[in-house]
Write a protein that binds this ligand. Structure first.
Ligand code: GLT
Ligand code: MN
Ligand code: MN
Length: 383
């Protein structure tokens, strides 16, 4: 197996990920900045399918109209030269000091208006480059103290902004879907829409829920101590898995954005297995960056590593599904009539009157230890 990525794998990276210069709260950048066109070529070299961006990854926030056009022209040329596509775009609503109290949920109505203004223009830019999914990561949408903002008011403002922008995209005739990206904290003390579940609940209250889904990120649910796969499954079940951000993170640490599979290999395995088995057809976007110890050679190693690990785990998922011993155990675990009872008075009366051998139910050995060890053996390559 060569584990060589192909366009059909839909592997994408953000300009901000492989363009990350290694700045952290304690240290200056360790890598030179690169133009968008240079990054596109570097991504083509490692075999990526697409590249995503924030408005200001591509066009600086204070660029003139002429500068914008020139940059976009060079970027599109790089796309044409390499065959890379832009499946997703997003807005930077977190770097500029104007957004220090949030964007759509800021207390200042002028900031909220500016956020809409900036997002409409960024949507135009994204669509111009081919984006079909538009991500909303509300990194600054939160508080350090609940004295500062009424959480109900914040939810209301978020909803109003999304309703406005959905209407804008439709009015423009754009073929675009929105994806909300939850995160519990960092850079704010607490961020609204902390998890996939919070985001799904808000979506159900929008003017047009069908246009909005989620963009779950591995590290963001793990930061909250949650099982990422379960959030993804909930999004999938709701028909809302519009995009996914793959990376890794140790629980209880800072926002690490590590290479996919760098920390929790077994969780990464069950995630890949899920995405492949349900037939998720969207981008596999790696929202991560290379260690600060790396130069651009290391950044290529990082990007290759994300894709390689995904492909290895995909092959492991195939082996898991074809493994006789594992499948026999699963058949045993899922034995018996698994259909859910359909309500009728007679069925309820029969069930209420049925005799159960409670002790026998509790005494069964379920075999999950063996199943998990078989999984570990398979992952470690000794099966
Ligand atoms: C930022 C954040 C990511 C989001 C990006 C989209 S920007 O890097 O950490 O999780 O997906 O705005
Ligand atoms: Mn992140
Ligand atoms: Mn992300």
């Amino acid at each position: 197996m060569s584990y060589t990525p192909t366009p059909a794998d839909k592997f994408t990276f953000g300009l901000w990920t492989v363009g990350n210069m290694g700045r952290d709260p304690f240290g200056e950048p360790v890598r030179q900045s690169r133009s968008a066109a240079e990054i596109v070529h570097a991504l083509a070299e490692v075999g990526a399918y697409g590249v995503n961006f924030h408005d200001n990854d591509l066009v600086p926030i204070d660029a003139t109209a002429a500068e914008r056009d020139q940059i976009v022209k060079e970027f599109k040329q790089a796309l044409a030269d390499t065959g890379l596509v832009v499946p997703m775009a997003t807005t930077n609503l977190f770097t500029d000091p104007a957004f220090k109290d949030g964007a759509f949920t800021a207390n200042d109505p002028a900031v909220r208006a500016y956020a809409l203004h900036k997002t409409m223009r960024a949507i135009d830019l994204g669509v111009e480059c081919g984006a079909k999914v538009y991500v909303f990561w509300g990194g600054r949408e939160g508080v350090e103290t609940d004295a500062a903002k009424d959480p109900l008011e914040a939810i209301k403002r978020f909803r109003e902004a999304l309703n406005f922008l959905c209407a804008y995209a439709k009015d423009q005739g754009y073929d675009l879907k929105f994806a909300l990206e939850p995160k519990p904290n960092e850079p704010r003390g607490d961020i609204y829409l902390a998890t996939v579940g919070h985001a799904l609940a808000l979506i159900a209250t929008l003017d047009d829920p069908s246009m909005v889904g989620v963009n779950p990120e591995v590290a963001h649910e793990q930061m909250a101590g949650l099982n990422f796969l379960h959030g993804v499954a909930q999004a999938w079940d709701a028909g809302k898995l519009f995009h996914i951000d793959l990376n890794d993170q140790a629980f209880g640490r800072y926002d690490q954005d590590f290479r996919f599979g760098a920390v929790n290999l077994k969780s990464a395995f069950f995630l890949v297995k899920f995405l492949e088995e349900v037939g998720y057809a969207g981008s596999r976007h790696f929202d991560a960056h290379a260690y600060r110890t790396e130069g651009y050679e290391g950044v290529q190693d990082f990007a290759r590593g994300c894709m390689r690990t995904y492909l290895i785990l995909k092959e492991k998922a195939r082996q898991w599904a074809a493994d006789g011993e594992i499948q026999a155990l699963l058949a045993e675990i899922n034995g018996g009539d698994q259909s859910a009872p359909v309500y009728s008075r007679a069925a309820a009366a029969e069930l209420k009157g049925r005799a159960f051998d409670r002790r026998a139910l509790g005494a069964r050995n379920l075999g999950y230890e063996r199943l998990d060890q078989l999984t570990v053996d398979l992952l470690l390559g000794v099966r």
